[in-house]
Design a protein around this ligand. Structure first.
Ligand SMILES: Cc1cc2nc3c(=O)[nH]c(=O)nc-3n(C[C@H](O)[C@H](O)[C@H](O)COP(=O)(O)O)c2cc1C
Length: 205
C-alpha cells in the first residue's frame, strides 16, 4: 500500500470500546511519520479516542462501509460478519489494508480535537491484491454524498444554520447528479436514494 506524506485521505477508524468494536469514517494525514486526525469534539468517536489509546485506520473506498459507519443509528452500523480481529483489534474484513496505531497525544482546537498517532504497523489485506478497481466517479461522489448528509444531520439540529444547510444541500444534490450518471449498480443507487430520503427528513425538522 502506498500512502504519501501530507495528503489528506479518508479512512474508517476502528477502536475496541470495552468489548464493542466501533467504526467511524475520518480524514487523515501523515506528517513526518505521524498520523493526524481532526475529530469534532461533539462526536462520540472523539471521546472514545481519548479513552482508548489503540486504534486502527481501515483503508477502503467502499461507499457501503462509509455509509454504515457514518449512520450507525439509522442502519445498525457495520454488521458483525464484516468485522475481523487482528491482534485483538477490530478491523474491516474487506478493507484494502490497515494502519495499526498508538496514540501519542491529543489537544483541543476550537470545535475539534487534534489527535497524533504513532504507526505501529501498516498491513496490506492479501484478499485485495488482485481486486483493484479503476477510479470511479460513482464511488467518489457517493462518498461525497455521505459526507454532506452527515454534515446536514449534525447541523440541522442547530439554530440559525440556514445558509450552511443550503450550501450543504447544494453540494449533496450536485453529487447526487453525478452518482445518477455514473453508478449503474442498484445497491449504490439505493444508498444515494436512501441518503436523499434521510436528508429530506432532517431538513423538514
Ligand atoms: C469520508 C468521511 C470522512 C469524514 N471525516 C471526518 C473527520 O475527519 N472528522 C470528523 O469529526 N468527522 C468526519 N466525518 C463525519 C463522521 O464520520 C460522522 O459524523 C460520524 O457519524 C460520527 O460518528 P459518531 O457520532 O459515532 O462519533 C467523516 C465522514 C465521512 C463519510
Amino acid at each position: 500500500m502506498k500512502i504519501r506524506e501530507k495528503v489528506w485521505y479518508e479512512g474508517i477508524v476502528s477502536v475496541l470500546a470495552g468489548e464493542q468494536p466501533y467504526f467511524t469514517p475520518l480524514g487523515f494525514q501523515i506528517v513526518n511519520g505521524v498520523v493526524k486526525l481532526k475529530v469534532y469534539s461533539s462526536a462520540k468517536t472523539s471521546s472514545l479516542l481519548t479513552i482508548y489509546p489503540e486504534a486502527v485506520l481501515n483503508i477502503t473506498d467502499d461507499p457501503y462501509l462509509f455509509f454504515l459507519s457514518t449512520f450507525k443509528e439509522q442502519t445498525g452500523g457495520i454488521p458483525k460478519d464484516e468485522v475481523e480481529f487482528i491482534n485483538g483489534y477490530p478491523v474491516l474484513r474487506k478493507a484494502y489494508g490497515y494502519i495499526m496505531m498508538k496514540r501519542r497525544k491529543f489537544s483541543p482546537q476550537g470545535e475539534v480535537l487534534l489527535f497524533d498517532y504513532n504507526i505501529e504497523k501498516i498491513m496490506d489485506n492479501p484478499l485485495y491484491c488482485d481486486n483493484i478497481e479503476p477510479y470511479s466517479r460513482c464511488r467518489a461522489f457517493l462518498i461525497e454524498m455521505i459526507i454532506y448528509a452527515s454534515k446536514i444531520r449534525d447541523v440541522s439540529i442547530k439554530e440559525g444554520a440556514g445558509d450552511l444547510l443550503n450550501r450543504f444541500e447544494k453540494s449533496l444534490d450536485y453529487s447526487y447528479e453525478i452518482v445518477n450518471k455514473t453508478c449503474m449498480d442498484q445497491a449504490e443507487l439505493g444508498i444515494a436514494n436512501k441518503l436523499k430520503e434521510m436528508v429530506s427528513g432532517w431538513l423538514r425538522k
